[in-house]
Design a protein. Structure first.
Length: 85
């Protein structure tokens, strides 16, 4: 494992690197082993990026108060000074 693989990259840097890998592979001028190495790196970056997106989406949903189905989460609240009858 290289140093680059050991330290987590920012989401933006991961996406940038993934785009570079895609462009390089699309040219089709690399030897098979190098293509496989880049493909494996791309899969790792893609999975890590998707995990970050999923975590960010979950966090936003929690902040906005919506469940996974998009319905607002509600809890009953009591107003101060309200009397029970």
């Amino acid at each position: 494992m290289s140093e680059e693989d050991a330290a987590p990259q920012s989401f933006e840097n991961s996406i940038k690197r993934l785009n570079e890998i895609v462009q390089t592979l699309e040219r089709g001028d690399l030897p098979l082993e190098e293509s496989l190495r880049l493909f494996e790196e791309g899969v790792r970056l893609s999975r890590a990026s998707q995990e970050r997106l999923d975590a960010a989406q979950k966090r936003v949903e929690e902040l906005l108060g919506f469940d996974r189905d998009g319905r607002p989460r509600t809890t009953p609240f009591e107003m101060r000074g309200e009397r029970e009858e």
